[in-house]
Design a protein around this ligand. Structure first.
Ligand code: SAM
Ligand code: SF4
Length: 350
């Protein structure tokens, strides 16, 4: 792909003097973080994320790697300093390393961090190339260390591949964080072992409450495990000390004395975190969702493919800031509700 730095942008829309006109929303939250989905496709079918027979978006609707780069640079021009590539499974997208390489060239200039969220199945193949591109940290989703549970949960027998991927990432010098969705009756009993294993390998671990995104084949409430209860159970077993560690994200961390590791909790239901939100999310088709838990949407692809992409992209970003809601409206308290949102996490980018 062509990764040359684009021409200077229209000063009034993008710059204040010679500085980027910052992305600040109606609640005075400054946006510095972009989560960019590069595909809605995936080689797993996690039961909480998508149905077995998932309908994926037509390829023609998905942004090219060049468009994704252009989009990312539009955000960087407005002061975004951290980009996380996500999906679907980003590493199943052909030539995706080219995008990492192109964006990686901006590290140390106007981009401070380039990261990835992955299910790990293809990580063994790509870990070194990611490190060469300038990626320093990866989040790997791992809900269980039990092969049978993994196969049932993801509907694919891929645990050995994922563990190989995690080991390859570590060997390539990438800092790995493990993310596990806490699921009632699925990995609930195993969580202490999963955390202890992650910490023994030198990886931080973050637990996530399941969110009602898109139809899956199971009742959401059957999957939902509130993390305040998990935390209380862990506190009965281990010494948990609130940590001052902050990533600018929604996780709240504790240090676990017995394992020597750090444990995060992402609690959309039992502890709202929207006040400090610093991010915007863009799908692989260029739809910007100002909030993971809201229906608001801005079409960046139309802006990108218009006659005046720079000006229209800047205007679209301003619109996104205008409509970014104060907080999400997920609810997990009523059985039989329609999902809060029709779109799946794999589409929005987790
Ligand atoms: N495929 C990659 C992966 O699994 O890491 C990246 C995309 S995935 C959508 C990102 C994260 O979203 C994963 O950690 C996954 O566990 C989480 N996730 C997916 N659906 C979810 C849901 N309904 N509630 C909470 N987390 C979810
Ligand atoms: Fe795929 Fe990630 Fe969704 Fe699992 S959570 S189905 S790995 S996109």
């Amino acid at each position: 792909m062509n990764d040359t730095v684009p021409a200077p942008r229209k000063p009034d829309l993008i710059l204040v003097g010679d500085r980027p006109r910052p992305l600040v929303d109606g609640f005075q939250r400054r946006i510095t973080y972009l989560r960019l989905s590069v595909t809605d496709r995936c080689d797993l079918r996690c039961a909480y994320c998508m149905p077995e027979r998932m309908t994926f978006l037509p390829k023609k609707d998905v942004l090219s790697l060049e468009e994704l780069y252009e989009l990312a640079t539009g955000f960087i021009a407005r002061g975004v300093t951290k980009i996380r590539i996500t999906g679907g499974e980003p590493l199943v997208r052909r030539d995706i390393i080219d995008l990492f390489t192109a964006l990686g060239r901006r590290l140390g200039q106007d981009l401070a961090e380039l990261t990835l969220t992955t299910n790990g199945t293809q990580l063994a193949e790509h870990a070194e190339a990611l490190a060469r591109a300038g990626v320093r940290r990866v989040n790997v989703s791992l809900d269980t260390l039990d092969r049978a549970t993994f196969t049932e949960l993801t509907r694919r027998d891929a645990l050995p591949q994922v563990l190989e991927g995690i080991a390859a990432a570590k060997a390539a010098g990438l800092k790995v964080k493990l993310n596990a969705v806490a699921l009632k009756g699925v990995n609930e009993a195993e969580l202490p072992d999963l955390i202890a294993w992650g910490h023994s390998q030198g990886h931080d671990v973050t637990l996530i409450e399941v969110m009602p995104l898109g139809d899956v084949e199971e009742e959401r409430l059957d999957q939902y495990l509130p993390l305040d209860a998990v935390r209380a159970a862990l506190a009965a077993r281990w010494t948990l000390t609130d940590s001052s560690h902050k990533t600018g994200g929604p996780a709240r961390y504790v240090d676990v004395a017995e394992t020597g590791g750090r444990l995060g909790f992402i609690t959309p239901h039992t502890g709202n975190f929207c006040e400090g939100c610093n991010r915007l999310r863009v799908t692989a088709t260029g739809q910007l969702y100002p909030c993971l838990g809201g229906g608001e949407q801005v079409d960046l692809r139309a802006a990108l493919r218009s006659d005046a992409p720079e000006a229209n992209l800047a205007a679209a970003l301003d619109e996104a800031l205008r409509i970014k809601p104060e907080k999400h409206h997920f609810r997990m308290d009523q059985r039989g509700d329609a999902p809060a949102l029709a779109r799946h996490m794999s589409m929005t980018g987790g």
